[in-house]
Ligand binder design. Structure first.
Ligand SMILES: [Zn+2]
Length: 104
């Protein structure tokens, strides 16, 4: 009378589990992605963490990435150049005023 559900619960309890080192949650092995390169044949982190990790560190397509990197480098160069010029100008001014003050 609808009591058969208990047996499947017991089978589930016997299922192998693994604690994810990232979220520290013990999950069924079914919740771990397969990974041929690992010794256990399973990914060391649970699917959820693996997915999260991937989406965070996902590498953009190479062309878009290099274009962005180039733009970033250009921007940085321009800022540095401006910075250097401003610093040099400030130094000259300071040196001039210092020389004036000393030369008195
Ligand atoms: Zn996890």
């Amino acid at each position: 009378m609808g009591e058969t559900g208990q047996q499947s619960d017991r089978v589930e309890a016997m299922e192998q589990t693994k604690t994810c080192p990232r979220c520290k949650v013990t999950k069924s092995l079914a919740l771990y992605a397969k990974n041929k390169t690992s010794r256990s044949g399973l990914s060391s982190h649970c699917r959820e963490c693996t997915r999260k990790g991937w989406s965070r560190s996902r590498v953009r397509s190479r062309s878009a990435d290099s274009r962005a990197a180039q733009a970033e480098a250009k921007r940085r160069d321009a800022v540095l150049e401006q910075d250097e010029r401003a610093t040099a100008a400030a130094c000259k001014r300071l040196a001039a005023t210092t020389a004036e003050a000393l030369g008195r």
